[in-house]
Design a protein around this ligand. Structure first.
Ligand SMILES: Cc1cc2nc3c(=O)[nH]c(=O)nc-3n(C[C@H](O)[C@H](O)[C@H](O)COP(=O)(O)OP(=O)(O)OC[C@H]3O[C@@H](n4cnc5c(N)ncnc54)[C@H](O)[C@@H]3O)c2cc1C
Ligand code: SF4
Length: 341
């Protein structure tokens, strides 16, 4: 690990504009520093900032950037109104990691592309202009939507997929003031040369995530994650689904896929196709097929496309059945059975 300076920011004012890498829970940043992928000259510890609360906001919730992943997942308001978010969080990492991982850190976590994590491989995301080691390599875990020859990596977060489905907004403070970005658009899609424009300018910090009132979406929402084992595994593909159903008719639908693109992928065509229809198996299946419209393999990952359709269908099907009052013991695992919905 390189030598680095360390400072602790006690106020937001001290953190904004500070030069260096923000250190929140450290579960991603320190790993990258240990393997020589991240080499900041200074760490700005933001773990003491007063951004550790979940508050009511305009009918929805406002989650501070320092709220731990496990605290969101067991918050009564989140469980009652945004259950797919709780399921997404509980399906990620391990209990110990969720206790340390923060909201801001989860949003900003780096891709798990193994070529990115290998300093000896070329990688446009790590070193712009160096090329993409993954192209033509082992691409089982790479993108099938929105990718370019510049980068075929996926964003690994589960939480962000649910946040995108709930229309969450990222609140950012920087030397230039405040700005807000929809979660769905926060992570850039790659351009021809690489990973695209970074989501934050130097010195900018995520302060909160804002969730609008879910209204009738609240009790018909689920997150489903396909992974190689039920702990410590990132999504091969995942889906967050939320439906508003009135008198048997879907009046609003939300569907986002994870593990398929450099950002959580909102499936607008699938959502539009469901509106005004009953939640029959045929209608849900047609929407799930539309979810991957435009998908193409980036190497040897063609299987992700039908897998994503099946996971989307399972999430829609479970959402249509209604969110169980108590989430399954191994939430969102397709291997855990579906006793609760
Ligand atoms: C073994 C393992 C398994 C995992 N499995 C999963 C999984 O299945 N699903 C999943 O979603 N995640 C998974 N994770 C990732 C984990 O969720 C992230 O490491 C964690 O959320 C990062 O949060 P942190 O607070 O520790 O961030 P840090 O490591 O402190 O920071 C991560 C990055 O975010 C930046 N940052 C942090 N806070 C802010 C802020 N407020 N504003 C701007 N930038 C900020 C940092 O500078 C750094 O670049 C796993 C991690 C490990 C180690
Ligand atoms: S896919 Fe993206 S992150 Fe992975 S090696 Fe290529 S440029 Fe780097």
């Amino acid at each position: 690990m390189n030598r680095f300076d360390y400072i602790r920011a006690e106020t937001l004012g001290a953190a904004v504009g500070a030069e260096g890498a923000f250190l929140a829970g450290g579960t991603n940043l320190l790993d990258l520093m240990k393997i020589g992928v991240a080499t900041p000259e200074r760490l700005v510890d933001i773990s003491h900032l007063p951004l550790d609360r979940i508050e009511e906001s305009g009918g929805g919730l406002r989650i501070g950037a320092m709220v731990r992943n496990s605290d969101i997942a067991r918050d009564a308001q989140v469980l009652a109104r945004y259950p797919a978010l709780a399921e997404a969080l509980l399906s990620g990492a391990s209990a110990q990691l969720r206790n340390a991982a923060t909201t801001g850190g989860n949003v900003m976590q780096a891709t798990r592309c193994s070529y990115f994590q290998d300093p000896l491989s070329p990688c446009n995301r790590r070193e712009p202009g160096s090329g993409c080691g993954a192209l033509g390599g082992v691409t089982r875990n790479h993108a099938v939507l929105g990718w370019t020859e510049g980068c075929i990596a996926v964003h690994p977060s589960d939480m962000c997929v649910a946040l995108a489905a709930y229309d969450a907004v990222v609140e950012i403070t920087g030397p230039g003031g405040l700005r807000e970005v929809a979660m769905e658009e926060f992570h850039p899609l790659p351009d021809a040369e690489g990973a695209g424009t970074p989501p934050l300018m130097p010195g900018e910090i995520i302060t909160h995530i804002r969730l609008p009132d879910p209204g009738p979406l609240a009790r018909h929402a689920r997150y489903v994650k396909l992974r190689e084992r039920t702990s410590f595994a990132f999504a091969i593909v995942s889906a967050a689904a939320a439906l508003a159903i009135e008198d048997g008719t879907i009046t609003e639908a939300r569907l986002a896929l994870g593990g398929v693109a450099a950002r959580p992928w909102r499936c607008r065509k699938a959502e539009a196709a469901l509106k005004g229809l009953p939640a029959t198996p045929e209608n849900l299946a047609r929407a799930a097929e539309l979810a991957t419209e435009g998908a193409r393999p980036s190497g040897d990952n063609a299987a992700k496309i039908p897998l994503a359709q099946r996971i989307a269908l399972r999430a829609l099907d479970r959402a249509a059945a209604g969110t169980p009052d108590r989430l399954p013991a191994l939430p969102a695992s397709v291997f855990a059975g579906d006793d609760n919905g």
